[in-house]
Design a protein around this ligand. Structure first.
Ligand SMILES: [Ca+2]
Length: 290
């Protein structure tokens, strides 16, 4: 009798453990990739920490990338180009989040914003670079306030408030994908052509980074939510930095990613006014809610 009872208890425990394992495996584990009502795919980025920025001497970077323009000259001050990346510093991302596998495309934009057509129009001061256009090209040449309207409409459409631009720190954390090298694939710039296109292209034509994100270094430059300050890293907080609390004198917002070889590094930072910029688009974050 006791033998049968022990067998029954053992069977119950085995079944209970199996059920718990199945729940952990299939019930509680959040999906690694989710798709939204526009078919945008988002990849789950775990919480964690990383070293943000660069500690490579500015003269070395200037020597390696002599063609780099110095956008800070527009502020009337032309020191060397890469000092806005220093110092390399610890950043902690305290919450997991989802981020777009690709930049937002023209088709996705037009679905939400049919009355705010971001495509170049006759008479626009655009060059051949911006004249390439199509459903799967990144949306570009749009005002920041229209991006904010796009996000607001998408949130309403899906009855949520989870969509937003990434912070600069979230963007670099996702771009690095656990790497501490100049590029997410190491330090050899000769490999860049496998991962980045510097001709205006449909999204996702090259290999993704190790976390599955496309066009991190090339194609559209990408807006993030932070105001820009060239010396922000000198005093930025470690936990979930959000950027300076107020705009600087020129009202620049941070722009990440780039469309030239010289800036195809994970730590590269640039900035732009909130108005329409050639080649400037965005990818979205969807906050983690599982
Ligand atoms: Ca990009």
């Amino acid at each position: 009798m006791m033998g049968k009872l022990n067998s029954f208890i053992l069977l119950f425990i085995v079944v209970a453990l199996a059920a718990l394992g199945a729940r952990l495996a299939f019930g509680l584990a959040p999906p690694r990739v989710v798709a939204n009502s526009l078919g945008m795919e988002f990849v789950l980025i775990p919480s964690g920490s990383f070293m943000m920025g660069s500690d490579i001497d500015d003269p070395l970077l200037l020597e390696a990338y002599p063609e780099a323009p110095d956008f800070r000259c527009s502020q009337g001050d032309c020191p060397s180009s890469y000092l806005n990346e220093v110092p390399k510093h610890l950043v902690i991302i305290t919450k997991p989040f989802y981020i777009g596998r690709t930049e937002v495309t023209e088709k996705q934009w037009m679905t939400i914003m049919p009355d705010f057509d971001g495509r170049p129009k006759p008479g626009d001061l655009v060059d051949i670079f911006t004249q390439r256009s199509g459903d799967n090209y990144p949306i570009q040449f749009i005002y920041l306030e229209d991006i904010e309207e796009f996000i607001s409409r998408l949130n309403r459409r899906e009855g949520t408030n989870k969509y937003r631009l990434p912070t600069e720190a979230e963007w670099e954390y996702a771009a690095r994908a656990g790497s501490d090298t100049q590029f997410f694939f190491g330090d050899d710039p000769a490999l860049i052509d496998q991962y980045a296109t510097f001709e205006w292209s449909p999204v996702g034509t090259k290999k993704p980074n190790p976390w599955g994100l496309y066009d991190i270094y090339g194609n559209a430059q990408e807006r993030v939510s932070d105001w820009y300050s060239e010396d922000y890293y000198q005093n930025s907080p470690s936990k979930d930095p959000q950027g300076p609390p107020a705009p600087g004198d020129f009202g620049f917002k941070v722009v990440r990613s780039c469309n030239s070889v010289y800036c195809a590094r994970s730590s590269y930072r640039s900035a732009f006014f909130p108005n329409r910029g050639r080649g400037i688009g965005f990818r979205l974050v969807r906050e983690f809610d599982y």
